[in-house]
Design a protein around this ligand. Structure first.
Ligand SMILES: Nc1ncnc2c1ncn2[C@@H]1O[C@H](COP(=O)(O)OP(=O)(O)OP(=O)(O)O)[C@@H](O)[C@H]1O
Ligand SMILES: [Mg+2]
Length: 256
């Protein structure tokens, strides 16, 4: 929120720098790539049918950027997120994340890297209905071996950061749509990820809830320098992003 908070985040690299130097460093950080994708091709094959879903995609995401990916249904947006984040394979090209090529990581290393550095706000990773908000949020930590007491502490802190500390013991069906979506954001952020992938994070939300979730992501981007890549059909979402990447038929057709 305040300038001070914004400046303090990157200051771990040098405490004594003047405001000016920090601003320059922030700019440098903002332009250092966190993801570089070159000539990505991906074809789905099921029986006789082949879908060439990604046709030579080149995309660079700078550290600390908030990027929107837009385009008509079926143009390859979800496929792009899945391949760039290492959730799914691709046939050709190279993806480098924080300087390491996905091809140089084995499955275990990729999974491990995702658990440590990435967060996901995907509708296919919905909340489990039978457990509480805080139990849903702490799940990724427990899976990656964090001790239960520590996982609970961090999950509560993450819920607090999305304004839902007082709903920790509610189950998803005892929450509003916007609150559910904020819990998924809390879960995506609980491991303190450098990079958050979101696939239509406001897809099922009314305007009010959507504004809430967006404001939250924008704040985390600005104050904590987290990188967001957000697939969206929603012009309101796109207008808050620093850059809009337009896709069509498996290709990037505009990037500004
Ligand atoms: N597992 C799969 N097997 C076969 N074809 C697939 C698979 N997943 C996606 N496709 C096809 O690949 C293309 C791109 O799909 P994708 O899900 O990336 O689109 P999208 O841009 O996310 O669309 P939407 O906006 O509707 O979510 C589509 O034509 C789709 O039918
Ligand atoms: Mg999709």
């Amino acid at each position: 929120m305040s300038q001070t908070t914004v400046r303090e985040a990157p200051a771990t690299q040098g405490q004594q720098a003047s405001g000016n130097e920090l601003e320059i460093r922030e700019e440098e950080e903002a332009t250092a790539p966190i993801v570089v994708a070159e000539n990505i091709h991906k074809t789905f094959r099921s029986g006789e049918i082949e879908v060439h879903a990604l046709r030579g995609v080149d995309l660079t995401i700078g550290t600390g950027e908030m990027v929107a990916i837009m385009g008509p249904s079926g143009c390859g947006k979800t496929t792009l997120l899945n391949t760039l984040s290492g959730l799914d394979s691709f046939d050709e090209g190279e993806v480098t994340i924080e300087g390491t090529s996905l091809a140089d990581m084995n499955d275990r290393k990729r999974t491990d890297y995702r658990a440590r550095r990435m967060g996901f706000v995907f509708q296919s990773f919905n909340l489990l209905p039978v457990i509480s908000a805080v139990e849903n949020v702490e799940m990724p930590l427990l899976v990656s071996g964090v001790r239960p007491a520590e996982a609970r502490r961090r999950a509560l802190a993450s819920l607090e950061s999305v304004g839902l500390a007082d709903r920790a013991s509610h189950r998803p069906m005892q929450l509003s749509g916007g609150q559910i979506q904020r819990v998924t954001v809390a879960r995506a952020l609980v491991n303190n990820p450098a990079l958050v992938w979101a696939d239509e994070p406001t897809g099922n939300l009314d305007v009010g809830s959507s504004t809430e979730v967006l404001g939250l992501m924008q704040r985390l981007n600005r104050e904590q320098g987290r990188t967001f890549v957000i697939v969206t059909h929603d012009p309101q979402v796109a207008s808050l992003c620093g850059r809009i990447v337009q896709m069509k038929d498996g290709e990037i057709v505009a990037n500004e």
